[in-house]
Design a protein around this ligand. Structure first.
Ligand SMILES: Cc1cc2nc3c(=O)[nH]c(=O)nc-3n(C[C@H](O)[C@H](O)[C@H](O)COP(=O)(O)OP(=O)(O)OC[C@H]3O[C@@H](n4cnc5c(N)ncnc54)[C@H](O)[C@@H]3O)c2cc1C
Ligand SMILES: *[C@@H]1O[C@H](CO)[C@@H](O)[C@H](O)[C@H]1NC(C)=O
Ligand SMILES: *[C@@H]1O[C@H](CO)[C@@H](O)[C@H](O)[C@H]1NC(C)=O
Ligand SMILES: *[C@@H]1O[C@H](CO)[C@@H](O)[C@H](O)[C@H]1NC(C)=O
Ligand SMILES: *[C@@H]1O[C@H](CO)[C@@H](O)[C@H](O)[C@H]1NC(C)=O
Ligand SMILES: *[C@@H]1O[C@H](CO)[C@@H](O)[C@H](O)[C@H]1NC(C)=O
Ligand SMILES: *[C@@H]1O[C@H](CO)[C@@H](O)[C@H](O)[C@H]1NC(C)=O
Ligand SMILES: *[C@@H]1O[C@H](CO)[C@@H](O)[C@H](O)[C@H]1NC(C)=O
Length: 500
């Protein structure tokens, strides 16, 4: 039984400096070649074939830099690459689907990209799913649904399953099924010593606790096994988009507030407030997802209907097809921003337990004013209200996941050409917005879902003060040289009272 340590009042943190690097040139083939299987590939970043050979990054903001990539073909290859890297003190990082987006990734300089692109197998058998370390969500739709099962996936089909799971996996299925990570049964993982081990509730259970919420810190997962859930509502969901002018924002936030303490598990509310550069006005899209009888839908969302949408769109589809209809079908466009790699995004996020219409109206107004003043900037302010009841059925102590009692996730995301002046101004605006929402969030400290973190928050914020102490103990045991410390790193020790 895992016992939670009592909560510590930890508010901020100092991020550790970048780890191992060797700035002088070295021969990857000579170092790594002997011992790799014939299927493995070594590609220098200076090679013209590099870009086409590697898994691209979705976000170009704060990227790691690499001498080159190695694409292991077998688990033994992964072990070999880790061992050689550790022996020569070379930094390395695994790449799953490349959607990880945090400024801590930028602390990796001149390392080795362990591209898991060959680890994409999926098998569904007897109510269980086993998936390779780089499988994306879209690969799961058919095999899982065809088996008459469901699994709570993230909202973007292009994101890595394992990368998301290690942080928790939130999304529109969370209301009915809970967190994705709560379906994880076991993993096969290469540790910092290059050993290949299994972790589950019965094998290396301490590590398995840490992997479920802070998994990026402990090793490379070659495959993960999940228990699947039977179809809920025959696997059918109704998705409705409602569009409003920006001027309706206060009414919409008040409607959302009405669901803070009372929301059916079958209902999800996704509220996006954005800016239309053509018209120079704000607009809002509320996407509602309902896993229940269509006849009951309208009465559940009465406050949003009463707000007088200027456009709407309602579709009932299989759970795997939500992305084809939501946001007026926008997520299935070939240029849907969540699936196009190599863009420049700057994003901040936080968890909230309370909706405060005044704070939200203020923040949205500031973002629209900023967009008006800065052509070339586009951004949105989003709130995802995922019902928390099923998530809370798993005891908090069971996993390292930080914030089961979160009611909604707030995201402030922008894309613009990386111009230093604009960047500084946008960061200032966003940090200010984050603290304004935090002040009314119902959390007494900043709380951020680790996989949505900007990177400037620190470990107590990503993992919760309550979970951090045990995570640091696990870090000292499983990764004392901090090899796996480029993604929202758990430190070995508190930096001391000054750092917190
Ligand atoms: C457009 C978009 C939409 C998103 N939507 C959601 C959502 O709805 N719900 C949600 O929960 N999250 C969501 N996320 C966040 C997502 O969970 C994280 O970005 C996640 O880290 C992505 O994993 P990846 O494999 O794609 O990325 P990568 O950049 O490849 O990996 C991210 C981190 O995980 C590590 N990693 C990846 N695979 C492995 C592995 N097999 N073994 C060990 N370490 C590994 C990498 O080393 C890296 O540190 C979204 C992200 C984006 C960009
Ligand atoms: C490994 O690299 C790091 C960062 O460059 C350095 O601080 C450390 O001393 C190195 N360790 C060894 C054993 O060379
Ligand atoms: C670092 O550079 C030196 C000098 O070129 C080299 O001898 C050493 O092997 C390098 N380390 C690694 C890990 O390649
Ligand atoms: C998901 O993975 C499959 C199999 O590797 C690949 O063909 C597909 O392009 C990927 N899709 C996305 C959206 O990443
Ligand atoms: C949001 O609502 C407030 C209050 O009604 C209004 O003053 C403001 O202009 C609206 N914001 C936008 C961007 O339209
Ligand atoms: C943006 O404004 C233009 C011009 O008024 C309009 O044609 C377009 O439909 C608007 N787009 C959205 C998403 O509101
Ligand atoms: C949805 O739009 C249609 C017309 O496109 C309209 O008749 C209907 O009243 C709208 N529904 C709501 C809830 O606004
Ligand atoms: C950067 O963006 C700002 C604001 O949009 C603009 O005024 C400025 O000209 C841009 N600078 C460069 C170098 O592009």
């Amino acid at each position: 039984m895992m016992v939670c340590k009592s909560s510590l009042l930890v508010v901020a943190a100092v991020l550790r400096a970048s780890a191992a690097q060797n700035t002088s040139a070295f021969d990857l083939n000579a170092l790594y070649g002997p011992g790799l299987s014939p299927g493995a590939e070594i590609i220098y970043s200076s090679d013209s074939a590099y870009a086409a050979a590697i898994t691209p990054r979705w976000n170009l903001y704060d990227v790691p830099t690499y001498y080159g990539a190695i694409k292991p073909a077998t688990e033994a290859d992964v072990q070999h690459i880790v061992k050689v890297s550790v022996q020569h003190n070379i930094s390395f990082l695994a790449t799953g689907r490349g959607h990880g987006s945090t400024s801590t990734l930028g602390t990796l300089k001149n390392g080795i990209d362990i591209d898991l692109g060959n680890f994409r197998s999926v098998s569904v058998d007897n109510g269980m799913l086993t998936a390779g370390g780089a499988v994306n969500f879209s690969q799961l739709f058919e095999p899982v649904n065809n088996a008459g099962k469901m699994l709570p996936l993230g909202n973007s089909r292009c994101v890595g399953l394992v990368g998301a799971t290690m942080g928790g996996t939130v999304g529109v299925l969370q209301g009915v099924l809970g967190l994705g990570v709560d379906y994880l049964e076991s993993v096969r993982l290469v540790t910092a010593t290059g050993d290949l081990i299994e972790a589950s509730k019965t094998k290396n259970a301490d590590l398995f606790w840490g992997i479920r919420g802070a998994g990026h810190n402990f090793g490379i997962i070659t495959s993960a096994t999940f228990r699947l859930h039977d179809l809920v509502n025959d696997g059918k969901l109704t998705s409705m988009d409602l569009m409003y002018p920006g001027s309706a924002n206060k009414t919409i936030y008040e409607a959302l507030q009405g669901y803070d303490n009372n929301i059916p598990n079958a209902l999800t509310l996704n509220v996006i407030a954005a800016y239309n550069a053509t018209s120079g006005e704000g607009y809002m899209v509320v996407n509602v997802v309902w896993f229940g009888p269509e006849a009951d839908f309208a009465k559940e969302i009465q406050p949003f209907l009463a707000a007088g949408p200027i456009a709407n769109n309602t579709k009932t589809v299989q759970w795997t097809n939500w992305w084809t209809v939501a946001n007026f079908g926008g997520y299935s466009s070939p240029t849907a921003p969540d699936c196009v790699d190599g863009q420049f995004f700057n994003a901040y996020a936080l968890d909230i337990k309370k909706t405060d219409p005044a704070a939200m109206t203020k923040v949205y107004g500031d973002i629209v004013a900023f967009a008006r003043a800065n052509p070339g900037f586009s951004g949105f302010f989003g709130i995802n209200r995922y019902p928390e009841t099923v998530t809370l059925q798993v005891p908090n102590c069971e996993t390292a996941y930080g914030y089961r009692d979160t009611k909604a996730l707030v995201t402030i995301q922008s894309s613009y050409h990386p111009n230093a002046t604009l960047n500084d101004a946008a960061n200032k605006l966003f940090r200010n917005a984050r603290s304004e929402i935090q002040a009314t969030s119902g959390f007494d400290h900043l709380a951020v879902y680790v996989n949505f973190g900007h990177g400037d928050e620190g470990p107590a914020v990503w993992y919760s003060p309550e979970k951090l102490e045990n995570l640091m103990r696990l870090k000292r045991k499983w990764d004392p040289q901090e090899r796996f410390s480029f993604y929202q790193p758990v430190p070995l020790h508190y930096p001391g009272p000054a750092g917190y």
